[in-house]
Design a protein around this ligand. Structure first.
Ligand SMILES: Cc1cc2nc3c(=O)[nH]c(=O)nc-3n(C[C@H](O)[C@H](O)[C@H](O)COP(=O)(O)OP(=O)(O)OC[C@H]3O[C@@H](n4cnc5c(N)ncnc54)[C@H](O)[C@@H]3O)c2cc1C
Ligand code: SF4
Length: 509
């Protein structure tokens, strides 16, 4: 008899380890444990989503004939870690081996590789996670010998490998990437789709009560809770996105609108990351809509690029460079995270709206994460570990393998440009161009050095000036340095003085 351990982000019936186990002879174990629920201060909705999805998944496994030992969360449990729960199960059932699918996070995988087998006294069989398109060794081979990686080239490999949007070995429509068509501000007219609401059952209600009792000090609000917690609901969310939002996904992918949770984004990342949906079925649903003529090519290409491109690319980087990647800090940042990242209370309208979305919904769309909160952390020089911890805590889709390269590499450029060729630093102009935030802000986006000037405007130039050594020779940034040089000295001095003042009073903005 073998004991299969199913982790909270492995809620997929076709999981590699489930395929090698036999419901007639083997047992499964799933566990809600204190250590996993608290290794960072996860948003309340993230814990509720995962515990409820795990309980529903255990039910589906039982319906398929599996014997599942489910360890419910108890504050006074004597088993607070996964290892302790598995250890108790090994003592009870005396299995020949413990079987699992490769973990998503280095922290847990490393502990298993180093201590688990010795501690448990039984062999551990680990199977690769083939829900991803690219294996970790395939990625390592692709990256081998490259000093800097570029997602676009990796993405083309993935297009060739999957055959998605390929015709006679050439990209559909003649171009690999239609991003140039995807940078529109919201036109103020196209109505936003309203995502489906799901009925709650007794499992959801039990979990909500548990989270509100035991995780009250974690960030974020528990209700309203809109997330799907079952496979069927997640499939409904996928159909809804394909039918109602995907056709405009490309056009408004970079737009931001005050008070709008997801615009035309899919809101599917929590389900893809915990296994309720597979990346393959999500891409194939989008391709199918394109082939049937329901969505334009720029929408389909833009969407599948995020999944077979970015998602696989960041995972490859994570496994190739952990654990050292987590400690990188090429720009030498050492500033503490300002208070409003936790309490949301700031006069900057753009930041305030992103925090609102984050704390209310455990979600913010990509441009909010990258160009508002991320950009702010970059240009103010926040310590990478502090901002990484924040992103890991506050989003329902946050797992270290995907959060860390996005934050440390894409946002903070702390890996020296390994993941991306240039930092996504921007002044308030970018936010003004892509959103409706500035017209309702306490600060003026039009000026740079006045007492009420948009903080992003001077902080941006401060960033450019203080990292001249790092970026001046970067061909993608030479124009910016030339503009800075051309600025008259008095203006430069006033902008830098304003930024210095803001940095000294960061908590007060
Ligand atoms: C600082 C920062 C932190 C992030 N942390 C996470 C995280 O913890 N977990 C996470 O899943 N994504 C993370 N992302 C990537 C991206 O912002 C989210 O995947 C996306 O916002 C999820 O919303 P959605 O499902 O509506 O995505 P959509 O915009 O609808 O995109 C479709 C899908 O593509 C994938 N995707 C898109 N962009 C990325 C990306 N850059 N990296 C990996 N997958 C991507 C996701 O699976 C997403 O569901 C982060 C981005 C930034 C800038
Ligand atoms: S003025 Fe500046 S701080 Fe205010 S919303 Fe615009 S970009 Fe944000």
């Amino acid at each position: 008899m073998k004991l299969g351990l199913i982790l909270g982000d492995q809620l997929t019936l076709s999981l590699a380890s489930l395929r090698v186990l036999d419901p007639a002879t083997d047992r499964l174990i799933m566990a809600e444990v204190h250590d996993e629920a608290t290794y960072t201060r996860h948003h309340k909705q993230k814990i509720a989503l995962l515990f409820s999805a795990m309980r529903h998944f255990a039910q589906s496994l039982r319906d398929q004939g599996w014997q599942v030992d489910y360890h419910h969360y108890r504050a006074d449990s004597d088993a607070t870690s996964l290892l302790e729960v598995v250890s108790q199960a090994v003592n009870t059932h005396r299995p020949d081996a413990v079987v699992l699918t490769q973990c998503g996070e280095y922290r847990l995988q490393n502990a298993m590789d180093r201590h688990w087998s010795g501690h448990l006294g039984v062999p551990i069989e680990i199977y690769g996670d083939d829900r991803f398109f690219c294996t970790t060794s395939q990625f390592a081979q692709w990256a081998d010998g490259k000093k800097q990686l570029r997602m676009e080239f990796f993405y083309r490999e993935m297009r060739r490998q999957t055959g998605y949007l390929m015709k006679d070995e050439q990209p559909e429509g003649g171009q690999w990437n239609y991003d140039a068509d995807n940078r529109k501000r919201w036109d103020g007219k196209t109505p936003f789709p309203t995502p489906p609401q799901f009925e709650r059952d007794a499992i959801d209600e039990d979990v909500m009560a548990l989270v509100s009792e035991h995780f009250a000090d974690h960030p974020g609000e528990l209700t309203p809770f809109y997330w799907a917690t079952t496979r069927e609901q997640a499939l409904d969310a996928l159909s809804f996105f394909i039918d109602q939002a995907l056709s405009r996904f490309g056009d408004f992918q970079d737009a931001m609108v005050r008070g709008e949770r997801g615009l035309f984004h899919s809101l599917l990342s929590p389900y893809i990351n915990c296994g309720l949906l597979t990346p393959k079925e999500v891409c194939e649903a989008a391709l199918n809509a394109y082939e049937q003529g329901h969505i334009p090519l720029n929408a389909c290409e833009g969407f599948i690029r995020q999944i077979i491109g970015w998602r696989e690319y960041v995972r490859g980087i994570y496994w190739l460079h952990m654990p050292s990647y987590a400690k990188e800090n090429t720009l030498g940042n050492d500033r503490a995270l300002p208070r409003y990242f936790w309490d949301g209370d700031t006069r900057m309208a753009c930041m305030s709206d992103c925090f609102d979305n984050t704390f209310k919904h455990a979600y913010a769309h990509h441009i909010q994460r990258l160009m508002v909160t991320g950009n702010f952390a970059l240009i103010t020089g926040i310590t990478p570990t502090e901002i990484c911890d924040w992103y890991l805590a506050v989003y329902a889709d946050a797992y270290e393998w995907v959060e860390l390269p996005n934050t440390l590499g894409m946002v903070m450029h702390a890996d020296g440009g390994y993941l991306g060729s240039k930092p996504y630093a921007a002044s308030g102009n970018y936010i003004h161009k892509m959103s409706d935030y500035c017209k309702q802000c306490h600060y003026s986006v039009k000026t740079q050095a006045e007492d009420d000037s948009c903080p992003f405007n001077s902080l941006y130039w401060h960033f450019i000036q203080r990292h001249r050594e790092n970026f001046q020779k970067n061909p993608r940034m030479s124009m910016i340095y030339r503009s800075f040089e051309r600025m008259d000295d008095d203006k430069k001095r006033r902008i830098i003085a304003r930024a210095d003042h803001l940095l000294d009073h960061l908590d007060e903005l």
